[in-house]
Design a protein around this ligand. Structure first.
Ligand code: SF4
Ligand code: SF4
Length: 474
C-alpha cells in the first residue's frame, strides 16, 4: 500500500487514496463540530491557505451560520487579492483528432459521427484574426491527443503563428496551452515557444474511476497523467494550471485530490499551481446522458469555488462558458478570477459558424453571449474586465510571481493593467453602451490606485491609448 507523501513525485503517494478516504472520514465525523470549524475559519482569515482536510471539513459543513461565515471569508479573500477584476480569455480548438477513449468526451476515438477537423496554419490565422477582432488578448489552445495529426511540432508551429499575427490594433499576448500529458522534452519545447500556463485537467483523481473512464489510449495511464505537472515544472514551465471535471467522481474525493495536488506542487517543486479550473461535466455528442449529467448542483458548485478560494488564496480560479450566466454570477462573487467569453468550442468556430450537420464541438456552451455582452454584464455587476497579460511578459512567473501575490504587491500591477487593457478594449472593440459603462468604471477605479506616482502614470497612459498607442503595462 502506498504511503502518503506530498513531496514524492509518485502519483499514488502524493495523491494517496487512503489519505483521501481518511480525510473524507474526518470531515464526515466533524462536519457539525462548530468549535473546530470556527477555528479553521479564523485561521483562514490570515490568507495562508488551508490543508485539504481542513478545506474538506468546510466543504462538508452543514451549519447554516458557519456556512455564511465561510462565504464571507471567501469573498473577503477574493477582494483582498483580486479586487473586482476579472481576467478574460478564450479557448482556441486546433484539432479534435484524438486517439483516446475518454467516456465523457465526444472527441473519443470511437465517435464516428463527429466532424473531425484540424486547422492548418492559414485556418489558425483566420481564427486568430476573428478572436482579435472580438478584443481577445489571451488564448487557451486545445487539441486532442493524436501523435499523427497533432504532434508537438504542430502545436509549436501554431503557437508561433498565433504570436506572429498583428491585425489592426490586436495581438494575442499570452498563449496558454491545454494539451495531453507529454514528455519532459516536449514540455521544454513548449517552454521555449513562450507559452503562458500549461494546463492539464486530471478529470478525476480516483485511480479506479480514472481507469474506467479512460479505457484506451495513452491517457489511460493514471500515473503518467497525474505526474505530468512534475515533468512540466522540471522542464522549466513555471506556471501550471490544474483542474478536475466535476461530476465524474464523487465531488468530495476529487475536491480533496485537487487540493492535494496543489499542496504537492508547492511542497515538492516549490510553487503551487498558477490556476485551478472547475469545469462541470456537460452533455455532448455520443456521451451517455444518464451517466454524465452535471453531477453536482449549483449550490455545491458555489461552495466548492468558495472553499478553493479560501484554501488556495494565491491561485487564480477559472470557469468556462460551460456554465450558465446565472451560475457564473454566483461563483464570480465567491472566488472565480478568470472567465472565458464569446467562446466557440468547435474547431474553426470563430472564423465561420458551423453548419448544423457538422458538429465538431467538445461540449455545448451554456453562455452564448458575445464577448461584448459578457463585458457589459460584468461592468453592470461592478467588475472590471481585464485583458492583462503582463506578468509572464515581464518575467513574473513561478516563485517570483507567487512572492508578489503572497505579499499582496501584485495588486499594484493588476489594477492599473486592468484599467489600461479595458481602455484598449473600449477604444477598439466595444459597443457604444459598453464603452460608456467602461469609461465610468475606469474613472471611478483610477481613484482606488493608492500610489500617486502610479496613478499619474496610468492617467498619462490612458490619454496615450486614446491617441492610438497600445500595450502599456506594469
Ligand atoms: Fe481526447 Fe481529451 Fe477528449 Fe479525452 S478529453 S477524448 S483526451 S480530447
Ligand atoms: Fe494577472 Fe499579472 Fe496581469 Fe495581475 S498583473 S492580472 S497577475 S497578468
Amino acid at each position: 500500500m502506498a504511503v502518503y507523501d506530498k513531496k514524492s513525485h509518485k502519483a499514488e503517494e502524493f495523491i494517496n487514496h487512503e489519505e483521501i478516504l481518511a480525510s473524507m472520514k474526518y470531515a464526515e465525523e466533524n462536519k457539525n463540530n462548530k468549535e473546530l470549524i470556527d477555528q479553521i475559519i479564523e485561521r483562514a482569515k490570515d490568507c495562508k491557505g488551508l490543508t485539504h482536510r481542513e478545506a474538506l471539513l468546510l466543504l462538508d459543513c452543514e451549519i447554516p451560520e458557519e456556512n455564511e461565515k465561510i462565504f464571507q471569508v471567501a469573498m473577503d479573500i477574493k477582494q483582498r487579492f483580486y479586487g473586482n477584476r476579472i481576467v478574460m480569455f478564450a479557448p482556441l480548438y486546433l484539432s479534435n483528432y484524438c486517439v483516446n477513449g475518454c467516456l465523457y468526451c465526444p472527441y473519443h476515438a470511437k465517435n464516428r459521427h463527429i466532424a473531425r477537423k484540424k486547422l492548418d496554419q492559414q485556418d489558425i490565422e483566420k481564427e486568430v484574426v476573428a478572436l482579435q477582432d472580438m478584443g481577445h488578448k489571451r488564448l487557451a489552445l486545445e487539441t486532442g491527443e493524436d501523435p499523427v495529426h497533432n504532434p508537438i511540432e504542430y502545436v509549436l508551429d501554431s503557437i508561433k503563428t498565433i504570436y506572429g499575427i498583428k491585425h489592426k490594433n490586436g495581438a494575442i499576448r499570452r498563449v496558454n496551452v491545454n494539451i495531453a500529458a507529454t514528455t519532459e522534452e516536449n514540455y521544454k519545447k513548449l517552454k521555449d515557444a513562450g507559452i503562458g500556463t500549461y494546463i492539464l485537467f486530471q478529470e478525476t483523481y480516483n485511480k479506479e474511476q480514472y481507469e474506467y473512464l479512460h479505457p484506451t489510449g495513452p491517457k489511460s495511464d493514471y500515473a503518467y497523467h497525474t505526474e505530468a505537472m512534475d515533468r512540466a515544472m522540471h522542464a522549466g514551465i513555471d506556471d501550471v494550471g490544474i483542474g478536475v471535471l466535476f461530476g465524474l467522481e464523487y465531488y468530495r474525493y476529487d475536491f480533496t485530490g485537487l487540493l492535494m495536488h496543489a499542496e504537492h506542487l508547492e511542497a515538492a517543486i516549490g510553487v503551487g499551481p498558477h490556476t485551478i479550473s472547475v469545469p462541470r461535466v456537460r452533455r455532448a455528442d455520443d456521451i451517455d446522458p444518464d451517466e454524465f449529467d452535471n453531477g453536482i448542483s449549483d449550490d455545491i458548485f458555489e461552495k466548492i469555488v468558495a472553499v478553493i478560494r479560501i484554501a488556495a488564496p494565491y491561485t487564480g480560479i477559472i470557469i468556462s462558458t460551460r456554465e450558465t450566466k446565472e451560475s457564473r454570477e454566483r461563483v464570480l462573487r465567491v472566488g472565480v478570477s478568470q472567465i472565458s467569453g464569446g467562446s466557440r468550442t468547435s474547431v474553426g468556430g470563430y472564423a465561420e459558424e458551423e453548419k448544423e450537420d457538422e458538429n465538431s464541438a467538445q461540449f455545448d456552451v451554456s453562455d452564448n453571449r458575445s464577448l461584448d455582452e459578457v463585458l457589459n454584464w460584468l461592468l453592470d455587476l461592478g467588475y472590471i474586465p481585464s485583458f492583462c497579460t503582463a506578468c509572464y511578459r515581464e518575467g513574473r512567473t513561478g516563485d517570483r510571481f507567487m512572492k508578489l501575490v503572497k505579499s499582496g504587491q501584485i495588486s499594484n500591477c493588476c489594477q492599473p493593467n486592468a484599467l489600461m487593457t479595458l481602455k484598449e478594449y473600449l477604444m477598439d472593440y466595444a459597443s457604444e453602451d459598453t464603452r460608456k459603462k467602461g469609461e465610468k468604471v475606469i474613472e471611478a477605479e483610477l481613484e482606488r490606485i493608492t500610489n500617486p506616482k502610479v496613478k499619474e502614470t496610468v492617467k498619462e497612459r490612458l490619454l496615450k491609448i486614446e491617441q492610438g498607442e497600445r500595450d502599456f503595462r506594469f
